[in-house]
Design a protein around this ligand. Structure first.
Ligand code: UP5
Ligand code: MG
Length: 190
């Protein structure tokens, strides 16, 4: 069973690969607290906070918000939670993000999930989502895919080399994909 040391899972994958969808299933089944970096940033935009305008510009351009801003938001959520099991969704997206987290939180992830999805499938999913996200258009999506390949894949490779990466085939139904995820967390319970 779990002790008081935080158990941190990073949930990585390209735009529209299904990170948020699978995090909901993991929360239901394994009782994690879900922290989506993108959701935290969108909350800052919506609340007209001091960084809101800068964050909105970055999101529309598919660029990465400065690490300090994102890590502060994650840290605040972790500190105010009673839970010790965290799913950090869509972060770290760059090596700089990764290092900032290690320095500001003083912890490394226990495991890292990577939802591996073909670009064509990610584009189809994002463009048919229709939830009014300012970045769900073909222009921004092309930029998000480029940033993912150039800046986020190196983070995924880093964790692969550390032996922490669980690569999941993100094509299929939501339930089929979750059946690849489930055994990873079942194995952590003993
Ligand atoms: N869907 C899900 N699973 C499916 C399946 N198996 N089959 C068919 N459809 C499926 O899914 C996307 C869509 O596909 C949904 O409609 C879903 O129903 C369907 P979702 O689960 O939402 O995928 P997810 O990977 O979460 O996609 P999302 O668009 O959220 O990923 P991004 O990584 O692009 O977005 P995020 O919110 O993390 O970041 C947005 C922006 O914020 C970034 O581009 C960046 O500008 C900024 N950002 C930072 O700067 N720093 C950060 O640390 C984080 C974000
Ligand atoms: Mg998401």
């Amino acid at each position: 069973s779990w002790d008081k040391t935080p158990f941190i899972t990073f949930v990585l994958g390209g735009p529209g690969s299904g990170k948020g969808t699978q995090c909901e299933k993991i929360v239901e089944t394994f009782g994690f607290t879900h922290l989506s970096a993108g959701d935290l940033l969108r909350r800052e935009i919506a609340s007209n906070s001091k960084d809101g305008t800068m964050i909105l510009k970055a999101v529309i351009e598919g660029k990465i918000v400065p690490s300090e801003v994102t890590v502060k938001l994650i840290k605040k959520e972790m500190e105010s939670s009673d839970n010790v099991k965290f799913l950090i969704d869509g972060f770290p997206r760059t090596e700089e993000n990764r290092i900032a987290f290690e320095q500001m939180i003083g912890a490394e992830p226990n495991i890292v999930l990577y939802f591996d999805c073909p670009e064509k499938e990610m584009v189809e999913r994002v463009l048919s989502r229709n939830q009014g996200r300012v970045d769900d258009n073909i222009n921004t999506m092309e930029k998000r895919l480029k940033v993912f390949e150039a800046l986020s894949l190196p983070v995924i490779n880093y964790y692969s080399n550390k032996g922490k990466l669980h690569k999941i085939d993100a094509v299929g139904t939501v339930d089929e994909i979750f059946e690849q995820v489930r055994p990873i967390f079942d194995a952590c319970k003993d």
